[in-house]
Design a protein. Structure first.
Length: 350
């Protein structure tokens, strides 16, 4: 309707304006302006703050001053069968006027994260339905995807025949674990967790939280829930480039393939002793060409653990570049000892 377009143009120029102001500018009665404003509110094209004659109207997502107002969160429940994740995102983005409310980089990250995690719920959860939420907050864009299906960690546990769901956490964060290898690469959660400022995945009794601002990952035990809940936050003014996130782990020297990964060693424990623990840590890391083991928070490792990782596994996969960072001096001494032994063994064989 032409009057709707004219009203939106006025609000866009004024940023916030009363119903009486709109009526005066357009040369229509207050009653007519009110009818059109109510229709635009119902369509989600405008938001209102205040009441009666003091009410002000703004475009969704625009804020300013003490009277600033945020649009109502977008909340919908969908049947997963036949659901197209990109159309759901487009619906949510339109409802929140997202392009005007966040930076271009935040918009791109939001689109990627939302569609990746919703697609996981559609294709992996086995749930008949899922619920999505997208909310503009004062400083960030907050996204939630919730299903009541089989559970993310349980799905990975079954696929790789792991003993416990806790073992699936490390597999998921390495970056190539998927329960449907014929259709998915398993990279979605890895890159989403790196692109968002904050990312958490909670399933059954386990939650893994990744804070890309503080460069920290934490695994905690939580009260059990059914299925999976993913929450993501992105700064509305983010300047993080999605392309740079991909390039860090899929660099040009690797032909832009996802061949580089980083593993937080302490996710399962603070102290490591056995070779079994080592085997779980390095399982399937041979899929990469370069892996960085981050020892932040690890206080002790046994020689058997170090030998299994840095001699046995390294010797079995000589093409893999195995790096280590944030290693305490005492732990590094154990690692250097087994590496030196392996080199002496090689010299003896020659």
């Amino acid at each position: 309707m032409d009057t709707h377009r004219r009203i939106l143009d006025v609000v866009r120029k004024q940023e916030s304006i009363s119903g009486g102001g709109i009526a005066a500018i357009l040369g229509i009665s207050r009653q007519a302006a009110h009818r059109h404003l109510v229709a635009l509110l119902d369509l989600g094209r405008l938001v209102r703050s205040g009441r009666t004659r003091g009410a002000l109207y703004r475009l969704p997502g625009r804020t300013g001053g003490k009277d600033s107002v945020l649009p109502d969160p977008f909340r919908r429940t969908y049947e997963t069968r036949g659901l197209a994740e990109d159309r759901v995102f487009a619906e949510a983005a339109l409802r929140l006027n997202l392009r005007a409310a966040v930076s271009t980089d935040a918009y791109r990250i939001g689109a990627y994260a939302f569609t990746e995690m919703l697609n996981n719920a559609i294709e992996h959860s086995g749930a008949p339905g899922c619920r999505v939420e997208m909310e503009l907050r004062a400083r960030d864009l907050h996204i939630t995807v919730r299903d009541q299906g089989v559970g993310a960690f349980e799905s990975i546990r079954k696929r790789f025949r792991l003993t416990e769901e806790a073992d699936a956490v490390g597999e998921l964060l390495k970056g190539k674990a998927t329960s449907m290898p014929e259709r998915h690469s398993g990279e979605g959660i890895f890159f989403t967790s790196k692109a968002c400022d904050r990312f958490s995945l909670r399933s059954h009794g386990i939650e893994v939280a990744v804070d890309s601002v503080r460069h920290d990952t934490v695994v905690t035990l939580r009260p059990r829930i059914k299925g999976t809940r993913v929450e993501m936050s992105i700064s509305r003014s983010s300047r993080r480039k999605l392309a740079e996130v991909f390039a860090e782990f899929a660099p040009e020297e690797f032909d832009f393939r996802f061949e580089r990964s980083s593993v937080m060693v302490r996710l399962a424990a603070r102290d490591y002793v056995s070779r079994s623990e080592a085997r779980r840590l390095v399982a399937r890391l041979e899929q990469f060409r370069e892996v960085t083991l981050d020892f932040s928070g690890v206080t002790f490792i046994g020689q058997g653990f170090a030998d299994e990782v840095f001699r046995v596994f390294a010797a079995a996969h000589p093409a893999l570049i195995l790096k280590r960072v944030n290693v305490l001096p005492a732990i590094d001494a154990v690692i250097r000892h087994v590496i030196d032994n392996s080199r002496r063994d090689e010299l003896t064989k020659r």
